[in-house]
Structure formats: structure tokens, C-alpha cells
Design a protein around this ligand. Structure first.
Ligand code: SAM
Length: 240
């Protein structure tokens, strides 16, 4: 089975020999991949809705993984039991606020869990701030690209996040430190989208847009500064 770049980047953060809970599994491609490639010993695949659970069960049966993948209908982390001994929780493909709500509601069920692998579809900054303010360190971060769309993946662990600068924290402190190869094109795309927002705000005939305009302008400025820094360090690396 070949995963999309987004799911592949998630799979690459999962430690070998892991016991994984995939919350919001939908098609169950990730659990099947993890079992077929012997990354995980066991996966609990949780789905809120019956129709995607049915789809998941067809995928699991088609790939002959019924022994290793436990499919459960349930809401977030509440579908898990202490006896599952899960070490890795994946929540991918949901909005950042929904992921934060799932973690907030089921925090007491995370006792055996060593790492969370989270891939928000939106509100990535909100999720990072939520994690840092709720006893998680952003241990690692990755980017994936499918066509023009970029995806941010966060590996969080229990601990104290050291980054305190609000811009860096919500942008992705480990992305800024590690400067993955996709970072500069990711920044360019973010700046391009913000400029579209800026121009449409300018055209809006409303009185109350000036503070929003200032926020967007500040964010574009910060991102352009990061982009300059990334380009400078790439130049230095090419000289050495
Ligand atoms: C867009 S799909 C993402 C599927 C897969 N995780 C991926 O990244 O490709 C989101 C899935 O999460 C499920 N979902 C949403 N909220 C959930 C919750 N609280 N608990 C379990 N599943 C949930 C939805 O029914 C849907 O099938």
C-alpha cells in the first residue's frame, strides 16, 4: 500500500514496535500501512461515524489485518481503555480546534501515551498554543506537500515547551529551528495567501478592518523576515 505524502509523513514519525490509536481513522489507510510495514504491533482505529467505520472495516479485511487492527465506533479518546496500553496517538485530518477538544476531553486517558502525532487541517497555531499551555512540548514537527497544499505535522510529548515567543510558537518552533527542505516554499505560499487576504480586506468597504489589516501586515512582515533568514542560512550551507 502506498500512502499519500501527508499520511506518509505521519507514518514516518511513528516509532517502531508501537501500539497506536488512530482517532478519526476514516478509510483506515494509516493503520493498515503501519501493520503491513511492521511499524506497529497493534492499532486501535477509532471512528465517530458508522459510514467511515464501515469503509475502514472493508480496508482492514481487504488487507487481511483483522488480527492486528481493532476497529471501534466511538468519540475521540473515550473509545480507548487503560488495558489497550497505547503508546502513540494519531489524530489527523481534523481542524486544530477539534483536535484540541479531543485532547482536552480525554486527557485522563493519555496516561500510557508517550507521543501524540497531530496533523491539523486548519488552526495549526491555535493547536500549538493549546499544547504548550497544557503541558506538552512540541518535540518535533514536519511538513508535507500534496500539489499546492501544505500540511503541518506536530509530534507532542508531555513536558514543558521552552519557546515563549508567540509568533514562533504558533508558526512552529521546531520547523523554524530545523528548517526542513519544504520550509521556504511553504513560507512563500503562506505569504502569498496572506497578501490575497490583505488586498481583499483593503477592498472591503467596512470601517472595522483596520486592526485586522494591521494584524495581517504584521504577520506578512514576520513571515518575510523568516524567509530571508531561511534563504541566508541556505546560502551559508551551500558555501561550506
Ligand atoms: C477527514 S477524516 C480524516 C481521516 C484520516 N485520519 C486522515 O487523516 O486521512 C476525519 C475523520 O474523523 C472522524 N471524526 C471526527 N471527529 C471525531 C471524533 N471526535 N472521534 C472519532 N472520530 C472522529 C470523522 O468521522 C472522519 O471520518
Amino acid at each position: 500500500m502506498k500512502l499519500t505524502p501527508r499520511l506518509q509523513a505521519i507514518a514516518e514519525l511513528i516509532p517502531p514496535d508501537s501500539v497506536v490509536a488512530d482517532i478519526g481513522t476514516d478509510h483506515a489507510y494509516l493503520p493498515v500501512y503501519l501493520i503491513l510495514n511492521k511499524v506497529s504491533r497493534r492499532v486501535i482505529a477509532v471512528e465517530l461515524n458508522q459510514a467511515p467505520l464501515q469503509q475502514a472495516s472493508e480496508t482492514v479485511a481487504a488487507f487481511n489485518c483483522l488480527q492486528e487492527i481493532d476497529l471501534r465506533l466511538g468519540n475521540g479518546l473515550h473509545a480507548l481503555k487503560a488495558t489497550d496500553k497505547i503508546d502513540t496517538v494519531v489524530i489527523a485530518g481534523l481542524g486544530g480546534q477539534s483536535i484540541a477538544a479531543i485532547l482536552r476531553d480525554g486527557r485522563h486517558l493519555l496516561k500510557s501515551v508517550q507521543q501524540l502525532i497531530l496533523q491539523p487541517m486548519s488552526e495549526e497555531g491555535y493547536l500549538r498554543l493549546f499544547l504548550a499551555r497544557n503541558g506538552f512540548v512540541l518535540a518535533d514537527e514536519a511538513l508535507a506537500r500534496e500539489g499546492r497544499r501544505f500540511y503541518e505535522i506536530i509530534l507532542a510529548k508531555a513536558g514543558r515547551e521552552q519557546e515563549t515567543d508567540l509568533f514562533r510558537l504558533s508558526f512552529g518552533p521546531r520547523l523554524l529551528e530545523q528548517k526542513p527542505p519544504l520550509l521556504s516554499v511553504f513560507l512563500q505560499e503562506k505569504i502569498r495567501k496572506l497578501k490575497v487576504v490583505y488586498h481583499s480586506l483593503q477592498r472591503a468597504e467596512k470601517d472595522d478592518v483596520s486592526s485586522k489589516l494591521q494584524d495581517v501586515e504584521r504577520e506578512i512582515y514576520c513571515l518575510e523576515e523568516v524567509l530571508i533568514g531561511v534563504a541566508a542560512s541556505a546560502d551559508l550551507n551551500s558555501l561550506s
